[in-house]
Write a protein that binds this ligand. Structure first.
Ligand code: IFM
Length: 456
């Protein structure tokens, strides 16, 4: 057995997102979001599940924070629901909505848990979608106003802020494949949405900088792809370039180099002329950040294949084939391969440095069962987490400025189009009773945190 000790001050945490855990969709004046609309549309979410109740965290947050304290969690990454703050996506703040997050933050701080706040984890106010959603440039400006309202109320108590979670998903699952809210299937619109999301990040980050005390960290979280060729051929290499372009460089290049990748603009030239990029946008998008959050779950293997018709989250990539990697996989069918995390972290460090990194999500869904002894023996999840943490450790040893790790997720929750059929939590939620039960992985993670390291 090898012991891997993490650096002193390494941030251990767990992550969640508002729509996935909160429930209480009409409480305290919250307006509808695109996920309420999507989930309530028959046939779009497995089993007709919705976020109406979820893990009932909106009402149970004091007990959930007590649970975090029992876990010894030093940090908690959560998202604010925009339609709780501005029910229609614009105008003055709803004091009751802001008050909820102020109480959550105070509860965390009173337990010694550092709050890390994400402003947008996909729950756009429905009224903004009705006005064009992320396809409309104005949504980016509305986001900056929302960022300002939240920062004015919570800025003195939250040390790390994230503008957007996984804009790739919001743009391409939301507007190209339609697997996520708002369920649009328009590839040209999805590219426009990607730009407006990035613009929202830039304008939002600037609003945060003006409102937050000096020393507060501002970040964005990307779900970067570890793209690898599924064959040794020139076609597979070209497929890698294209998926890397849309999945990674489309976000990393404007954020850290101030331009969009020329090859992606060229590849998608048949869909759009990119005239939605206006003077000054890239300057706003590329303003320096304090931290980049990386979410990683599984590698992406690609090859060339015969063109496939129908909606896809990859614009202008109908002839790219996604290859399933042999070997162990999670309940999502996602291959388990921590080398992908190594690939992504080193790539960002080497090509886009210097930027401090955090793994803001990593974890796995398995078909957990509550045993007759009342426990959940999720040893596959422990192995998954251990393997990925070993890669995090190795990256730090080799000089990558990687400052923290947040397991996805604290609680079982609403896994978007999969509803409640997939369980990612280290804590089991019995939905009918809302009882929380620590899985073995929660006991294991508690030990990892308290000893600041893992045994491999
Ligand atoms: O549940 C999601 C989360 O909302 C965003 N990142 C990936 C997770 C697992 O699919």
């Amino acid at each position: 057995m090898t012991r891997l000790d993490f650096p002193e001050g390494f941030t251990w945490g767990a992550a969640t997102a508002a729509y996935q855990i909160e429930g209480s969709p009409a409480a305290d004046g919250r307006g509808p979001s695109i996920w309420d609309t999507f989930a309530h549309t028959p046939g779009l979410v497995a089993n007709g599940d919705t976020g109406d109740v979820a893990a009932d965290h909106y009402r149970r947050f004091p007990a959930d924070v007590a649970l975090m304290a029992d876990l010894g969690l030093p940090a908690y990454r959560f998202s604010v629901s925009w339609p709780r703050i501005q029910p229609g996506g614009k105008g003055p703040a709803n004091p009751a909505g802001l008050g909820h997050y102020a109480r959550l933050v105070d509860e965390l701080l009173s337990r010694g848990i550092t709050p890390m706040l994400t402003l947008y984890h996909w729950d756009l106010p429905q009224e903004l979608e009705d006005a064009g959603g992320w396809g409309a440039r104005d949504t980016a400006f509305r986001f900056a106003e929302y960022a300002d309202l939240v920062a004015a109320r919570l800025g003195d108590r939250v040390p790390i802020w994230t503008t957007l979670n996984e804009p790739w998903c919001a743009a391409f699952l939301g507007y190209a494949s339609g697997e996520h809210a708002p369920g649009r299937t328009d590839p040209a619109l999805s590219l426009r949405a990607a730009h407006h999301l990035l613009l929202a990040h830039g304008l939002g980050a600037s609003a945060l900088r003006s409102a937050l005390p000096a020393g507060t960290q501002v970040s964005i979280t990307l779900n970067l792809c570890a793209v690898m060729p599924g064959a040794t051929s020139a076609e597979a290499t070209a497929a890698v370039r294209r998926i890397d372009g849309l999945g990674n460089r489309l976000f990393l290049d404007p954020l850290f180099r101030g331009h969009y990748p020329v090859d992606v603009r060229h590849d998608t030239g048949g869909l759009t002329d990119w005239s939605f990029v206006e003077d000054g946008d890239l300057e706003a998008i590329s303003a320096p950040l304090d931290l980049l959050g990386i979410n990683y779950y599984t590698p992406t293997l690609v090859d060339a294949g015969p063109p496939v018709a129908g909606p896809s989250p990859w614009p202008a990539c109908a002839d790219v084939r996604f290859v399933s990697q042999p070997g162990p996989a999670t309940a999502m069918g996602w291959a388990i391969d921590a080398q992908g995390l190594r690939n992504v972290v080193h790539r960002v460090h080497e090509e886009y440095a210097p930027i401090p990194l955090m793994i803001t999500e990593n974890g796995a869904a398995f078909d957990d069962e509550l045993g007759s002894d009342g426990g959940v023996r999720d040893h596959e999840r422990i192995s998954y987490l251990r393997e990925h943490l070993a890669v995090v450790h190795e990256a730090i040893e080799s000089g990558v400025d990687l400052r923290g790790y947040f397991v996805w997720s604290l609680l079982d929750n609403f896994e978007w189009a999969y509803g409640y059929s997939k369980r990612f939590g280290i804590v089991h939620v019995d939905y009918p009773t809302q009882r929380r039960v620590w899985k073995d992985s929660a006991h294991w993670y508690r030990q990892v945190i308290s000893t600041n390291g893992i045994d491999t």
